[in-house]
Design a protein around this ligand. Sequence first.
Ligand code: MG
Ligand code: MG
Length: 271
Amino acid sequence: MIQPKTQQDIETLRHAGEILAGVLTALKEASVAGVSSVDLENLTRKLIAEAGAVPAFLGYTPHGADRPFPAALCFSVNDAVVHGIPNETPYILKEGDFVVLDTGLSYNGRIVDSAITIVVGGEDKTDEKGRKLLESSRKSLEAAIFACENWKKDFPQGIKTGDIGHAIEETFSYYKKTYGFNMAEYLGGHGVGFSVHEDPFIPNFGKAGQGPVLVPGTVIAIEPIVNEKSEKIYLDKDGYTIRTKDGKKSVHFEHTIVITEEGAEVLTVNR
Ligand code: MG
Ligand code: MG
């Protein structure tokens, strides 16, 4: 069941989102060749604590997991799709690595979730296809946000989860056709705000007009998760890291947004 947030919740989430955007900016700057994933985990914890917030992923046990997640940061390199653990097997960043930095925090009990993908050393350290891979997720996320911002005009009866999936699919289809990229199977966005994962599920493809209506006050994380080749994924033996079956790269960008009376507002941004 969708639990819409009050104006006061949204005020708190806006502040939480600003903190999280700052954390991700700092993590991006710190992600240079030679740095360890453990350093990035420690930096995440330090910055979140300094801002008076609490890591939302650390100690969280998602549905189906047999132990709590041991880190504040999900750190997923190259063939890791989501939920990589930075502090169990330290990983030293190399130039040209694709790194998903995904973190969430709770501020006054209200939770936001956001992710970026970076190329260590800069995007000129990868090829044209690598840059298009990043662009495909970024543009798909933008299309989803645009659909939400314009729901009053385009979906006067209320925007549904299928409308968001459809907007993503429409934008992504060019990249799928041209470069052979695929959205990772099973994964998608989700409601957020009171806990890390809430209803509804936000698909990365779908039919317009299907699924529940997102009423004003609904807070969702949108995350188009793009694999370089096959959509197939598997769970690693650590019980958390999801990887591509073909060993190819995966990337994603994620924002937490709120559906408003007028449209939508992105919460996880620097203001
Ligand atoms: Mg996330
Ligand atoms: Mg998420």
